[in-house]
Ligand binder design. Sequence first.
Ligand SMILES: [Fe+2]
Length: 382
Amino acid sequence: MKFGFNLPTKLMFGPGQIERIGKLAKDYGRKAIIVTGRTSARKSGLLARVEGLLSEAGVEFVVFDKIEPNPIYPTIDEGGELAKKEGCDLVIALGGGSALDAGKGIAVKAVNEGSVWKYVLSGDPDDTIPKKALPIIAVPTTAGTGSEADHFAVISNPETKEKPSMAAPVIFPKVAIVDPELMLTVPPRTTAATGLDVLCHSLEGYVSKYANPITDLFNLEVFSLVSTYLPRAYADGKDLEAREKMAWASTYAGISEANTGVALLHAMEHPISGYLDVAHGEGLAALLPAYVRYSYPGNPDKFDRVAKILGSEGRGLEACVQAFQNFLKKIDLDLTLSQLGVTEKLIPSLTKDVFKYMAFGPKANPVVPSEEDVAEIYKQSL
Ligand SMILES: [Fe+2]
């Protein structure tokens, strides 16, 4: 067996770790661009707190708070231009997956020519991998993306409706500050959807053809953590122990993802949230049962093991699918694609995009699908 393992990000984990952001920022830059969403970091007081900590440490900053859910490349280009104009030498990305991924895009745009879109792996012949970026400090406020510990940034194109990833070693955050106290105000629906994203990162990494013994260790721990603590965090957002365990699970899953990538489930979800701007975790939830049904024969032992951790007493395909369905019910995410606005008419476009810009996913999957297979999984999920 041959494999490598890479984790270049300094991880600061635990309640109250945000207090260290000033000193940490000073190690990497003189002036930061703080990248965040339009409302929540301001409303929760986190933005003001970070501004205060940076000022105390003598780090200058400018705020770019225009990041939308499923961030689009023109917004990221605008943030990159601002960073350049203001002479920023550090990015602090503060928020959910959208803010973190946009921060990575801004870090690239700030020191490279042209739009960030050319660095997104969209399947076009002229896309490319960026070689330089500003240093990034990632501060996740949801337990979901894992972006704080990986080298991916998902960026959408509003014209083509594509939602591919930029993947580059230079966008690994230098530091991830994972502070579960920052997650106590996440609403229940977002807690469920982002938490399900954690489960899917690990599931796909665990059954991937690129899984290795180290990522298996991380992912098995993630299944146990998510199985116990996601329903608790969903039921009571103020449950700090549950938030802490989910934050830990999210980062673990990100570390795995950085080493295995994702597989078919994510490859099929991205086109959905690209076309319809649905929450990523909800798209994953709607696809999950049919995805498990399709992929199970490629690695029954691993799927059975996950199902057991999720509470299944039986073995085999049906028991496994049932275990996932039961888990989705526990967090009120037993959804269909129709409920999210997907129609049968859209399936050919979704299928085409899976193979255009998410082609890694089908190849990594334990069962490698044809275009007809992918269309059928979409259909079963309607
Ligand atoms: Fe994801």
